[in-house]
Design a protein around this ligand. Sequence first.
Ligand SMILES: Nc1nc2c(ncn2[C@@H]2O[C@H](COP(=O)(O)OP(=O)(O)OP(=O)(O)O)[C@@H](O)[C@H]2O)c(=O)[nH]1
Ligand SMILES: [Mg+2]
Length: 441
Amino acid sequence: MVLEKLGSSLKQTFRKITGLGVVDKAAVEAVVRDLQRSLLQADVDVALVSELSKTIKKKVLEEKPPAGITLKEYFIKTLYDEIVSFLGKEKESLELKPQRILLIGLFGSGKTTTAGKLAKWFKTRGLSTGLVACDTHRPAAQEQLEQIGKSLGVPVYKEGKNPKDIAKNALKTAKEDVLIFDSAGRNALDKELAEELKELKSVIKPDEILLVIPADLGQAARKQTEEFERLVGIRGIIVTKLDGTAKGGGALVASSLSGAKVKFIGTGEKPEDLEAYDPQRFVARLIGYGDLQGLLEKAKEAGITEDTAKQILEGKFTLRDFVDQISQVRQMGSLSKIMDMIPGLGMKIPKDMLDVQEDKMRKWEHIMKSMTPEERENPEILNFSRIQRIAKGSGVAEKDVRELLKNYKQVKKLVKVTKGGKAFKRGPFARLAKQMGLNFG
Ligand SMILES: Nc1nc2c(ncn2[C@@H]2O[C@H](COP(=O)(O)OP(=O)(O)OP(=O)(O)O)[C@@H](O)[C@H]2O)c(=O)[nH]1
Ligand SMILES: [Mg+2]
């Protein structure tokens, strides 16, 4: 899960405020101390943390809450707002128009993987996309990009002796709307890399120069973004590997301090593990409010209609839907990642429960085929002899049939408990969520 540690400590902090009897100086200071600890553990710069603490204390202890909201609510809202502006600026991804994008960054930061992720991002949004392999430095770098292109059904251009030639040739031959140029990495931003990037910039004349920064750099991301900014004037930043480090918070804060905005985050190795970065939604998810909008977007990318996604959330599904949906949902990415986008569900669902493997999916498909329409609509009628018949008919063990039924029932129960996030639409959180500007669909 993304920033799991920071998320769970922030959740605790927010819960603590909710449980406060009075919001006095001591209480505010205790909460701010908690927040400081969480942020420092996420490798955020000490000076920045101290500044943030002062701002929060000043607002809550010295300013009057706006009419109609209690001091406690004001405290929660202030904390949320300040964390949001701390973790990024306004949301801004990429425009959906024909363009040239140059990806730059140091060795191993995730450029080539991200090139593939972006190609998929544009492709699923209806723009034809081509990849250009301008890394002639590392052996097999071009093959790596070719493989990615092949798996996504995206052409890869690589004709030419050096990066400049390759870029020129691609610009001449490629007909795609969006061209994404992958470049070579080095251990440091040395002279050689600096020259190469400047040359590439002058040949490509990119609409976007995006710096790829790995989250495990933590606060050191600041120095790197500044160096690259001075060299070629980056337009945006993509923070990768947010799934695998406790330092991601520090990297996000540090990156957003440069003149460029964090436009995307990388949350895994697969092509779909890329998200447009929206600080408000990101923080909402971290503190357990979920991110329905993000979920619906992911659903759309995987070819699931909004209606189906909403049905899943509301617990309206038959056994047939369940099997369909699991296989669809699996295309959206790992389930544990998706679950923390559902308001109120993130904490409750056992992680491995829905991580259904390929072979099991196939078995479930067979089982479904051996059922009568009535049984599919109404799995409650499945007794011992029916289960026996289905198992025989589909060539699986009886325990497989029972497992499918068990999973179906569990999910249905869980979704009912959380009412598909309805608690967040009406319950005690709703008013607050509205004030925070959050929308739970
Ligand atoms: N967990 C995780 N791994 C990632 C992510 N992005 C990239 N990686 C992995 O990081 C490693 C390096 O990624 P590349 O895309 O090859 O990095 P690069 O910047 O092109 O590397 P060079 O071309 O050698 O400079 C690969 O093993 C990727 O699978 C991410 O968001 N999460
Ligand atoms: Mg590479």
